[in-house]
Design a protein around this ligand. Structure first.
Ligand code: ADP
Ligand code: K
Ligand code: ZN
Length: 433
Protein backbone atom coordinates (compact mmCIF):
# COMPACT_ATOMS: atom_id res chain seq x y z
CA UNK A 1 0.00 0.00 0.00
CA UNK A 2 1.15 3.54 -0.69
CA UNK A 3 0.66 5.75 2.38
CA UNK A 4 0.72 9.13 0.62
CA UNK A 5 0.20 8.82 -3.13
CA UNK A 6 0.16 12.61 -3.29
CA UNK A 7 3.79 12.85 -2.23
CA UNK A 8 5.19 9.45 -3.21
CA UNK A 9 3.95 9.34 -6.78
CA UNK A 10 4.39 12.90 -8.09
CA UNK A 11 5.67 13.53 -11.58
CA UNK A 12 9.36 14.44 -11.61
CA UNK A 13 8.52 18.00 -12.70
CA UNK A 14 6.05 18.50 -9.85
CA UNK A 15 8.55 17.13 -7.37
CA UNK A 16 11.32 19.42 -8.52
CA UNK A 17 9.00 22.39 -8.39
CA UNK A 18 7.94 21.53 -4.84
CA UNK A 19 11.58 21.00 -3.81
CA UNK A 20 12.53 24.35 -5.32
CA UNK A 21 9.80 26.20 -3.42
CA UNK A 22 10.73 24.49 -0.19
CA UNK A 23 14.42 25.18 -0.69
CA UNK A 24 13.77 28.88 -1.23
CA UNK A 25 11.83 29.07 2.02
CA UNK A 26 14.43 27.02 3.87
CA UNK A 27 17.31 29.22 2.79
CA UNK A 28 15.48 32.36 3.89
CA UNK A 29 14.62 30.65 7.19
CA UNK A 30 18.19 29.61 8.04
CA UNK A 31 19.60 32.93 6.83
CA UNK A 32 17.48 34.74 9.39
CA UNK A 33 17.65 32.21 12.21
CA UNK A 34 21.06 30.52 12.13
CA UNK A 35 24.04 32.90 12.42
CA UNK A 36 26.34 30.09 11.29
CA UNK A 37 24.61 29.83 7.90
CA UNK A 38 24.18 33.58 7.53
CA UNK A 39 27.91 34.16 7.85
CA UNK A 40 28.74 31.22 5.58
CA UNK A 41 26.45 32.65 2.93
CA UNK A 42 27.79 36.15 3.38
CA UNK A 43 31.33 34.87 2.95
CA UNK A 44 30.19 33.33 -0.34
CA UNK A 45 28.42 36.53 -1.32
CA UNK A 46 25.17 34.64 -1.46
CA UNK A 47 21.75 35.99 -0.54
CA UNK A 48 18.52 33.98 -0.16
CA UNK A 49 17.27 35.61 -3.37
CA UNK A 50 19.96 33.78 -5.33
CA UNK A 51 18.17 30.50 -4.68
CA UNK A 52 15.23 30.16 -7.04
CA UNK A 53 14.99 26.55 -8.16
CA UNK A 54 16.23 23.25 -6.80
CA UNK A 55 19.13 23.39 -9.28
CA UNK A 56 20.50 26.37 -7.34
CA UNK A 57 21.24 24.04 -4.42
CA UNK A 58 24.81 23.58 -5.68
CA UNK A 59 25.50 27.23 -4.80
CA UNK A 60 24.91 26.57 -1.10
CA UNK A 61 27.61 25.71 1.44
CA UNK A 62 28.10 22.17 2.74
CA UNK A 63 27.63 21.25 6.40
CA UNK A 64 29.86 18.64 8.04
CA UNK A 65 29.76 16.63 11.23
CA UNK A 66 32.66 18.82 12.37
CA UNK A 67 30.47 21.92 11.98
CA UNK A 68 27.95 20.29 14.31
CA UNK A 69 30.69 19.49 16.80
CA UNK A 70 32.12 23.00 16.64
CA UNK A 71 28.68 24.37 17.40
CA UNK A 72 27.83 21.81 20.10
CA UNK A 73 25.24 21.50 21.46
CA UNK A 74 22.61 23.89 20.06
CA UNK A 75 24.55 26.23 17.77
CA UNK A 76 22.83 25.15 14.53
CA UNK A 77 19.39 25.15 16.06
CA UNK A 78 17.02 27.48 14.18
CA UNK A 79 13.94 27.27 16.39
CA UNK A 80 13.87 28.88 19.86
CA UNK A 81 14.08 26.53 22.86
CA UNK A 82 10.41 27.10 23.66
CA UNK A 83 9.47 25.46 20.34
CA UNK A 84 11.71 22.42 20.83
CA UNK A 85 9.75 19.50 22.24
CA UNK A 86 12.25 16.65 21.98
CA UNK A 87 15.99 16.11 21.76
CA UNK A 88 17.88 13.13 20.33
CA UNK A 89 21.56 12.44 19.74
CA UNK A 90 23.45 10.44 17.13
CA UNK A 91 24.87 7.15 18.38
CA UNK A 92 28.35 8.54 18.25
CA UNK A 93 29.65 5.62 16.19
CA UNK A 94 32.53 7.75 14.95
CA UNK A 95 33.08 10.30 17.74
CA UNK A 96 31.17 12.63 20.05
CA UNK A 97 27.41 12.49 19.62
CA UNK A 98 25.64 15.36 17.93
CA UNK A 99 22.51 16.83 19.46
CA UNK A 100 19.32 17.36 17.47
CA UNK A 101 16.21 19.25 18.66
CA UNK A 102 12.78 18.68 17.10
CA UNK A 103 9.72 20.92 17.00
CA UNK A 104 6.23 19.49 17.13
CA UNK A 105 5.97 19.82 13.35
CA UNK A 106 9.30 18.01 12.85
CA UNK A 107 7.99 15.10 14.90
CA UNK A 108 4.79 14.92 12.92
CA UNK A 109 6.73 14.84 9.63
CA UNK A 110 8.95 12.12 11.07
CA UNK A 111 5.90 9.98 11.90
CA UNK A 112 4.53 10.63 8.42
CA UNK A 113 7.69 9.46 6.64
CA UNK A 114 7.96 6.44 8.95
CA UNK A 115 4.38 5.51 8.07
CA UNK A 116 5.26 5.70 4.38
CA UNK A 117 8.09 3.21 5.01
CA UNK A 118 6.00 0.78 7.01
CA UNK A 119 3.19 0.87 4.45
CA UNK A 120 5.67 0.09 1.71
CA UNK A 121 6.69 -3.04 3.66
CA UNK A 122 3.05 -4.08 3.78
CA UNK A 123 2.34 -3.17 7.42
CA UNK A 124 -1.35 -2.42 8.12
CA UNK A 125 -3.50 -1.48 11.10
CA UNK A 126 -3.95 -5.19 11.75
CA UNK A 127 -0.26 -5.74 12.42
CA UNK A 128 1.43 -5.82 15.79
CA UNK A 129 4.90 -4.39 15.54
CA UNK A 130 7.75 -4.79 17.95
CA UNK A 131 10.24 -1.93 18.05
CA UNK A 132 13.55 -3.41 19.06
CA UNK A 133 15.81 -0.52 18.31
CA UNK A 134 17.17 0.99 21.49
CA UNK A 135 14.83 3.53 23.08
CA UNK A 136 16.45 6.67 24.41
CA UNK A 137 18.65 9.32 22.86
CA UNK A 138 19.15 7.09 19.82
CA UNK A 139 16.53 7.96 17.18
CA UNK A 140 15.79 4.35 16.22
CA UNK A 141 13.43 3.42 19.06
CA UNK A 142 11.16 6.44 19.38
CA UNK A 143 11.30 7.21 15.66
CA UNK A 144 9.96 3.80 14.68
CA UNK A 145 7.58 3.80 17.65
CA UNK A 146 5.63 6.88 16.61
CA UNK A 147 5.64 5.78 12.98
CA UNK A 148 3.89 2.51 13.89
CA UNK A 149 1.35 4.34 16.05
CA UNK A 150 0.71 6.94 13.37
CA UNK A 151 -0.03 4.19 10.87
CA UNK A 152 -2.46 2.63 13.30
CA UNK A 153 -0.72 -0.69 13.87
CA UNK A 154 -0.10 -1.82 17.45
CA UNK A 155 3.32 -0.98 18.80
CA UNK A 156 5.14 -3.19 21.31
CA UNK A 157 8.00 -1.05 22.69
CA UNK A 158 10.25 -4.06 23.37
CA UNK A 159 13.58 -2.24 22.89
CA UNK A 160 16.68 -4.46 23.11
CA UNK A 161 17.77 -6.74 25.93
CA UNK A 162 15.76 -9.40 27.73
CA UNK A 163 15.59 -11.31 24.49
CA UNK A 164 14.04 -14.55 25.78
CA UNK A 165 11.12 -12.61 27.19
CA UNK A 166 10.89 -10.80 23.88
CA UNK A 167 10.70 -14.08 21.97
CA UNK A 168 7.84 -15.27 24.18
CA UNK A 169 6.06 -11.96 23.58
CA UNK A 170 6.44 -12.34 19.84
CA UNK A 171 4.76 -15.72 20.05
CA UNK A 172 2.10 -14.93 22.64
CA UNK A 173 1.05 -11.49 21.35
CA UNK A 174 1.12 -12.59 17.70
CA UNK A 175 3.68 -9.97 16.81
CA UNK A 176 3.91 -9.84 13.03
CA UNK A 177 6.63 -7.26 12.45
CA UNK A 178 9.87 -6.17 14.03
CA UNK A 179 12.09 -3.12 13.63
CA UNK A 180 15.71 -3.62 14.70
CA UNK A 181 19.30 -3.69 13.47
CA UNK A 182 20.23 -6.66 11.27
CA UNK A 183 22.69 -7.62 14.04
CA UNK A 184 19.89 -7.82 16.56
CA UNK A 185 17.74 -9.83 14.15
CA UNK A 186 20.52 -12.41 13.92
CA UNK A 187 20.92 -12.47 17.66
CA UNK A 188 17.18 -12.91 18.03
CA UNK A 189 17.29 -15.83 15.59
CA UNK A 190 19.96 -17.50 17.71
CA UNK A 191 17.96 -17.07 20.90
CA UNK A 192 14.84 -18.47 19.19
CA UNK A 193 16.81 -21.51 18.04
CA UNK A 194 18.33 -21.99 21.49
CA UNK A 195 14.88 -21.87 23.08
CA UNK A 196 13.79 -24.64 20.72
CA UNK A 197 11.02 -22.53 19.20
CA UNK A 198 10.23 -22.97 15.51
CA UNK A 199 10.09 -19.88 13.33
CA UNK A 200 6.59 -20.91 12.21
CA UNK A 201 5.40 -20.67 15.81
CA UNK A 202 6.57 -17.07 15.91
CA UNK A 203 4.54 -15.84 12.95
CA UNK A 204 6.82 -12.91 12.13
CA UNK A 205 6.07 -11.55 8.67
CA UNK A 206 7.97 -8.30 8.22
CA UNK A 207 11.32 -6.95 9.37
CA UNK A 208 12.36 -3.28 9.15
CA UNK A 209 16.13 -3.50 9.32
CA UNK A 210 18.60 -0.64 9.33
CA UNK A 211 20.89 1.63 11.35
CA UNK A 212 23.96 -0.21 10.02
CA UNK A 213 25.12 -1.50 6.65
CA UNK A 214 23.97 -4.99 5.69
CA UNK A 215 24.41 -7.11 2.62
CA UNK A 216 22.05 -9.10 0.41
CA UNK A 217 23.54 -12.30 1.84
CA UNK A 218 22.72 -11.07 5.33
CA UNK A 219 19.14 -10.48 4.20
CA UNK A 220 18.84 -14.08 2.94
CA UNK A 221 20.30 -15.40 6.19
CA UNK A 222 17.91 -13.44 8.44
CA UNK A 223 14.87 -14.17 6.26
CA UNK A 224 15.65 -17.86 6.30
CA UNK A 225 16.18 -18.06 10.05
CA UNK A 226 13.28 -15.87 11.19
CA UNK A 227 10.82 -16.73 8.43
CA UNK A 228 10.04 -13.14 7.51
CA UNK A 229 10.71 -10.70 4.70
CA UNK A 230 13.38 -8.15 5.61
CA UNK A 231 13.20 -4.59 4.26
CA UNK A 232 15.82 -1.90 4.41
CA UNK A 233 15.21 1.31 6.32
CA UNK A 234 17.76 4.10 6.30
CA UNK A 235 18.15 7.31 8.22
CA UNK A 236 20.39 9.40 10.41
CA UNK A 237 19.68 11.57 13.39
CA UNK A 238 21.17 14.76 11.94
CA UNK A 239 18.58 14.66 9.15
CA UNK A 240 15.68 13.15 11.14
CA UNK A 241 16.25 9.55 12.21
CA UNK A 242 14.97 6.34 10.60
CA UNK A 243 12.59 6.97 7.70
CA UNK A 244 14.78 9.00 5.37
CA UNK A 245 14.56 6.17 2.81
CA UNK A 246 12.86 2.79 2.58
CA UNK A 247 12.51 -0.26 0.36
CA UNK A 248 9.26 -1.11 -1.37
CA UNK A 249 8.05 -4.60 -2.37
CA UNK A 250 10.50 -4.58 -5.29
CA UNK A 251 13.42 -4.51 -2.80
CA UNK A 252 15.52 -2.88 -5.44
CA UNK A 253 16.94 0.26 -3.91
CA UNK A 254 15.39 2.45 -1.20
CA UNK A 255 12.99 5.28 -2.07
CA UNK A 256 14.02 8.59 -0.54
CA UNK A 257 11.38 10.82 1.04
CA UNK A 258 12.76 13.56 -1.16
CA UNK A 259 9.93 16.02 -0.61
CA UNK A 260 11.51 16.42 2.85
CA UNK A 261 15.12 15.30 2.41
CA UNK A 262 16.79 16.40 -0.80
CA UNK A 263 19.61 14.01 -1.82
CA UNK A 264 22.78 14.69 -3.77
CA UNK A 265 25.79 12.47 -4.42
CA UNK A 266 29.19 14.14 -4.43
CA UNK A 267 32.75 13.11 -4.98
CA UNK A 268 34.12 13.22 -1.41
CA UNK A 269 37.49 14.51 -2.65
CA UNK A 270 36.51 17.23 -5.13
CA UNK A 271 33.03 17.88 -3.67
CA UNK A 272 31.66 17.95 -7.23
CA UNK A 273 28.11 16.62 -7.71
CA UNK A 274 28.00 13.16 -9.35
CA UNK A 275 25.32 11.94 -11.79
CA UNK A 276 22.82 9.12 -11.16
CA UNK A 277 24.49 5.73 -11.09
CA UNK A 278 27.84 6.96 -9.77
CA UNK A 279 28.87 6.01 -6.24
CA UNK A 280 29.92 8.78 -3.90
CA UNK A 281 29.07 10.51 -0.64
CA UNK A 282 25.40 11.05 0.10
CA UNK A 283 24.45 14.63 0.98
CA UNK A 284 21.09 15.76 2.34
CA UNK A 285 19.31 19.08 2.65
CA UNK A 286 16.36 19.06 5.05
CA UNK A 287 13.70 20.85 3.04
CA UNK A 288 11.07 21.20 5.76
CA UNK A 289 12.82 20.93 9.12
CA UNK A 290 12.25 23.63 11.73
CA UNK A 291 14.32 22.57 14.74
CA UNK A 292 17.74 21.97 13.23
CA UNK A 293 17.55 22.42 9.46
CA UNK A 294 20.74 21.52 7.59
CA UNK A 295 22.02 22.64 4.20
CA UNK A 296 23.88 20.01 2.16
CA UNK A 297 24.84 17.84 5.12
CA UNK A 298 27.65 15.42 4.26
CA UNK A 299 26.58 12.04 5.65
CA UNK A 300 29.84 10.20 4.88
CA UNK A 301 27.63 7.32 3.69
CA UNK A 302 28.64 5.91 0.31
CA UNK A 303 25.92 5.03 -2.16
CA UNK A 304 24.49 6.03 -5.55
CA UNK A 305 21.14 7.32 -6.76
CA UNK A 306 19.18 5.18 -9.20
CA UNK A 307 17.62 6.53 -12.34
CA UNK A 308 14.38 5.22 -13.81
CA UNK A 309 10.90 4.26 -12.70
CA UNK A 310 10.11 1.71 -10.02
CA UNK A 311 7.39 -0.83 -10.87
CA UNK A 312 5.77 -0.14 -7.46
CA UNK A 313 4.39 3.14 -8.75
CA UNK A 314 6.41 5.41 -6.45
CA UNK A 315 8.34 8.07 -8.29
CA UNK A 316 10.65 9.09 -5.41
CA UNK A 317 14.25 8.55 -6.35
CA UNK A 318 15.93 5.41 -5.00
CA UNK A 319 19.39 4.93 -3.47
CA UNK A 320 21.41 1.71 -3.61
CA UNK A 321 22.36 -0.05 -0.34
CA UNK A 322 24.99 1.83 1.68
CA UNK A 323 28.42 0.33 0.97
CA UNK A 324 29.72 1.72 4.22
CA UNK A 325 30.83 5.06 5.53
CA UNK A 326 33.75 6.81 3.97
CA UNK A 327 35.43 6.50 7.37
CA UNK A 328 34.64 2.73 7.55
CA UNK A 329 36.69 2.21 4.48
CA UNK A 330 39.96 0.60 5.46
CA UNK A 331 43.03 1.30 3.43
CA UNK A 332 45.17 -1.77 3.77
CA UNK A 333 48.48 -1.80 1.92
CA UNK A 334 47.06 0.91 -0.31
CA UNK A 335 43.94 -1.07 -1.22
CA UNK A 336 40.43 0.06 -0.26
CA UNK A 337 38.61 -2.55 1.78
CA UNK A 338 35.01 -2.37 3.02
CA UNK A 339 33.81 -4.64 5.81
CA UNK A 340 30.72 -5.31 3.67
CA UNK A 341 32.90 -7.06 1.07
CA UNK A 342 34.14 -9.47 3.71
CA UNK A 343 30.59 -9.97 4.96
CA UNK A 344 29.37 -10.96 1.52
CA UNK A 345 32.04 -13.63 1.19
CA UNK A 346 31.50 -15.07 4.66
CA UNK A 347 27.74 -15.19 4.36
CA UNK A 348 28.05 -16.80 0.97
CA UNK A 349 29.56 -19.91 2.63
CA UNK A 350 27.36 -22.29 4.57
CA UNK A 351 30.15 -23.28 6.97
CA UNK A 352 30.17 -19.92 8.76
CA UNK A 353 27.99 -18.06 11.19
CA UNK A 354 27.37 -14.45 10.15
CA UNK A 355 29.71 -13.37 12.95
CA UNK A 356 33.10 -11.92 12.13
CA UNK A 357 35.68 -9.35 13.15
CA UNK A 358 38.33 -7.63 11.04
CA UNK A 359 41.55 -6.93 12.93
CA UNK A 360 43.89 -4.54 11.18
CA UNK A 361 47.41 -3.99 12.44
CA UNK A 362 50.81 -2.87 11.25
CA UNK A 363 53.74 -5.25 11.64
CA UNK A 364 57.21 -4.22 10.45
CA UNK A 365 55.69 -1.28 8.60
CA UNK A 366 53.34 -3.54 6.70
CA UNK A 367 49.57 -3.47 7.15
CA UNK A 368 48.02 -6.78 8.13
CA UNK A 369 44.43 -7.93 7.97
CA UNK A 370 43.13 -10.75 10.09
CA UNK A 371 39.59 -12.00 9.54
CA UNK A 372 38.19 -13.80 12.57
CA UNK A 373 35.10 -15.78 11.70
CA UNK A 374 32.91 -18.17 13.58
CA UNK A 375 32.46 -21.69 12.23
CA UNK A 376 28.95 -23.15 12.49
CA UNK A 377 28.44 -25.86 15.09
CA UNK A 378 27.79 -28.54 12.46
CA UNK A 379 31.04 -27.78 10.69
CA UNK A 380 33.37 -27.26 13.62
CA UNK A 381 35.45 -30.43 14.08
CA UNK A 382 38.70 -31.76 15.57
CA UNK A 383 39.67 -32.87 12.09
CA UNK A 384 42.65 -30.61 11.39
CA UNK A 385 42.65 -31.35 7.68
CA UNK A 386 39.04 -30.30 7.30
CA UNK A 387 39.62 -27.08 9.25
CA UNK A 388 42.72 -26.22 7.22
CA UNK A 389 40.80 -26.79 4.00
CA UNK A 390 38.02 -24.51 5.17
CA UNK A 391 40.54 -21.86 6.12
CA UNK A 392 42.17 -22.07 2.72
CA UNK A 393 38.87 -21.89 0.83
CA UNK A 394 37.91 -18.72 2.67
CA UNK A 395 41.38 -17.17 2.26
CA UNK A 396 41.24 -17.76 -1.49
CA UNK A 397 37.78 -16.26 -1.83
CA UNK A 398 38.75 -13.21 0.22
CA UNK A 399 41.85 -12.74 -1.85
CA UNK A 400 39.91 -12.73 -5.09
CA UNK A 401 37.37 -10.21 -3.77
CA UNK A 402 39.69 -7.90 -1.84
CA UNK A 403 42.85 -8.24 -3.97
CA UNK A 404 44.93 -8.53 -0.82
CA UNK A 405 45.53 -11.56 1.32
CA UNK A 406 44.01 -11.86 4.74
CA UNK A 407 44.98 -14.13 7.60
CA UNK A 408 41.87 -16.17 8.39
CA UNK A 409 41.32 -17.20 11.99
CA UNK A 410 38.58 -19.79 12.48
CA UNK A 411 36.74 -19.27 15.74
CA UNK A 412 34.68 -21.69 17.81
CA UNK A 413 30.90 -21.41 17.72
CA UNK A 414 29.59 -18.62 19.97
CA UNK A 415 32.96 -17.03 20.63
CA UNK A 416 32.41 -13.65 18.95
CA UNK A 417 30.46 -11.15 21.04
CA UNK A 418 26.92 -10.55 19.71
CA UNK A 419 25.61 -7.06 19.23
CA UNK A 420 22.09 -5.89 20.02
CA UNK A 421 22.51 -2.47 18.50
CA UNK A 422 24.93 -1.37 15.83
CA UNK A 423 27.65 -3.98 15.53
CA UNK A 424 31.33 -3.20 15.66
CA UNK A 425 33.12 -5.35 13.11
CA UNK A 426 36.46 -3.65 12.76
CA UNK A 427 39.31 -3.34 15.20
CA UNK A 428 41.95 -1.11 13.67
CA UNK A 429 45.00 -1.25 15.89
CA UNK A 430 47.18 0.83 13.59
CA UNK A 431 46.13 4.06 15.25
CA UNK A 432 48.16 2.95 18.26
CA UNK A 433 51.33 2.33 16.30
P1 ADP B 1 25.93 7.63 14.10
O1 ADP B 1 26.37 8.35 12.86
O2 ADP B 1 26.60 8.13 15.32
O3 ADP B 1 25.89 6.15 13.99
P2 ADP B 1 23.01 7.63 13.88
O4 ADP B 1 22.52 6.84 15.02
O5 ADP B 1 22.26 8.82 13.48
O6 ADP B 1 24.44 8.14 14.25
O7 ADP B 1 23.17 6.63 12.66
C1 ADP B 1 23.09 7.03 11.32
C2 ADP B 1 24.05 6.23 10.47
O8 ADP B 1 23.75 4.82 10.55
C3 ADP B 1 23.95 6.55 9.01
O9 ADP B 1 24.68 7.70 8.66
C4 ADP B 1 24.52 5.29 8.38
O10 ADP B 1 25.94 5.29 8.41
C5 ADP B 1 24.02 4.19 9.29
N1 ADP B 1 22.79 3.60 8.75
C6 ADP B 1 21.52 3.87 9.10
N2 ADP B 1 20.64 3.12 8.40
C7 ADP B 1 21.37 2.35 7.56
C8 ADP B 1 21.06 1.38 6.56
N3 ADP B 1 19.82 0.99 6.30
N4 ADP B 1 22.09 0.83 5.88
C9 ADP B 1 23.36 1.19 6.13
N5 ADP B 1 23.72 2.09 7.07
C10 ADP B 1 22.75 2.67 7.78
K1 K C 1 10.15 23.20 24.88
ZN1 ZN D 1 9.39 1.04 -5.51
Amino acid sequence: MIWNTNKECMSREQMRELQGKRLQKLVTYVYHNVPFYRSRMQEMDLSPDDIRTIDDIVKLPFTTKQDLRDNYPYGLQAAPPSEIVRVHASSGTTGNPTIVGYTRRDLSIWSEVMSRCLSAYGVTRDDTFSVSYGYGLFTGGLGAHYGVENLGATVIPASTGNTEKHVRLIRDLHITGIACTPSYALYLAEVVEKMGIKKEELGLRIGAFGAEPWTENMRQEIQERLGLKGYNIYGLSEIMGPGVSYECQEQHGSHINEDHFFPEIIDPETLEPLPYGKTGELVFTTLTKEGMPLLRYRTKDLTSLMDGECPCGRTNVRMTPIMGRSDDMLIIRGINVFPSQVESVILGMKEFEPQYLLVVDRVNNLDTLQVQVEVRKDFFTDDMGAMLNLKKTLSDKLKSVLSISADVKLMEPNSIVRSQGKSKRVWDKRVLV
